[in-house]
Design a binder for this molecule. Structure first.
Ligand code: PLP
Length: 400
């Protein structure tokens, strides 16, 4: 056998993929499974964006493209940051990659060495700790419970900082909790950062446009310009424009970092795909009505899901401010027994019980670093949400 690297043995496959595969297996066996594991919009990509990709191909944009992204796309991104976030970046401080995921990975690969620490508030997006590990760093997980709205407090942040801290990785609104940092909360975190000049800030704002309450998003660079030289703003088109398959993410940051990220990209993927970049530019430049419509749909689903989940004995669910997930506590189900007498000992047991008994696939909070919780995606129809919650209620009532 070909020996595997220490690097790959440090990391695990994305748990969302594993859960989805189990749901697919059951489906293949003929079971009717409602899949609430998926982290992508259920809407089709708006037509004008699809058409921009095909038009680009017809116009010959089928070749290698610039490592740092096409000029048109970088201009559209710079305009987006000005318009929506109140920050202005020259075009050579904008990076484009194959998804926000790759932007984050390139930034970590360009900056981390052995023993370097990255502060990751939990619950976190499952990929953060593994990407840090893959880049030889050490994730420092800071538990952020319900009493802080699943958010990192300035005190907890400051207590986690050591001389080896390189980054704080912040995700707002968050996958999995939907927690969204208000202007005051973001200001408090930037004040801590200003006191610790060796710590850089990476904000993953991929769910920026999927938010319901809590006001407008605040860009840390706009409120604390002193952080500009050590902040990387990460974003993308996947969630906002239902473009997950196009694989376009982008960032804005200090020139030396952006240059280093482009070096990594030049030796790995070369560049993002040209037709996808044309589509992303069209998304950012074009009619934004899809964004508002999708937000309204997600909001209605969130309201329904939160109400129905809270009506299940043993489950309690905070109302997320954004993103398209709910993250209910299943503490009240731990210790109960199935009809066959099996005790539910963890959130993973509960998630598997709901999958097997109710035919509803979801993820367990342990995958996201905070238990006992469940993560359900609401990027699906209201009907599916209602049916899933009804089935979960029956399955939960059947526990002893
Ligand atoms: N960041 C967060 C918090 C996510 O939930 C996801 C996708 O699930 C991504 C980044 C990946 O986005 P992209 O499709 O741009 O790689």
């Amino acid at each position: 056998a070909i020996p595997l690297s220490a690097r790959v043995q440090r990391i695990k496959p994305s748990p969302s993929m594993v859960a989805r595969m189990r749901a697919q297996e059951l489906r293949a066996q003929g079971r009717d499974i409602i899949d609430l594991t998926t982290g992508e919009p259920d809407f089709d990509t708006p037509l004008h964006i699809q058409q921009a990709a095909t038009a680009a191909m017809a116009a010959g944009e089928t070749r290698y493209s610039p490592v740092n992204g096409t000029l048109r796309l970088r201009k559209a991104i710079a305009a987006k940051f000005e318009r929506e976030n109140g920050v202005s970046y020259p075009l050579d401080q904008i990076v484009v990659g194959s998804g926000a995921k790759q932007i984050i990975f390139n930034a970590l690969a360009a900056t981390l060495g052995e023993g370097d620490e990255v502060i990751v508030p939990a619950p976190y997006w499952v990929s953060y700790p593994d990407m840090v590990l893959a880049c030889d760093g050490t994730p420092v997980i800071v538990a952020c419970g319900e009493n802080s709205g699943f958010k990192l407090t300035p005190e907890a942040f400051e207590a986690a900082i050591t001389p080896k801290t390189r980054w704080l990785l912040l995700n707002t609104p968050s996958n999995p909790t939907g927690a969204f940092y208000s202007a005051n909360e973001m200001t408090a975190l930037t004040e801590v950062l200003l006191r610790h000049p060796h710590v850089a800030l990476m904000t993953d704002d991929i769910y920026e446009h999927i938010r319901f309450d809590g006001g407008e998003p605040v860009c840390p660079v706009a409120i604390a310009p002193g952080l500009r030289e050590r902040t990387l703003l990460v974003n993308g088109v996947s969630k906002t424009y239902a473009m997950t398959g196009f694989r376009i993410g982008y960032g804005a940051g200090p020139k030396p970092l952006v240059t280093a990220m482009n070096v990594i990209q030049s030796q790995t993927t070369s560049a993002a795909a040209a037709p996808s970049m044309a589509a992303a530019a069209a998304a950012l430049e074009g009619d934004q009505s899809f964004v508002g419509e999708a937000r309204l749909a997600y909001r209605a689903r969130r309201d329904r899901a939160v109400a129905l989940l809270n009506a299940i004995d043993g489950i309690t669910c905070l109302t997320p401010d954004g993103a398209f997930y709910v993250y209910p506590s299943c503490a009240g189900l731990i210790g109960r027994r199935t009809a066959e007498g099996h005790e539910l000992k963890s959130d993973l047991d509960v998630a598997l019980y709901f999958l097997e008994e109710a035919g509803v696939a979801m993820l367990d909070g342990s995958a996201y670093g905070l238990s006992p919780y469940l993560r359900l995606s609401i990027a699906t129809s209201l009907d599916a949400i209602e049916e899933a919650c009804a089935r979960m209620k029956r399955a939960s009532d059947a526990l002893q």
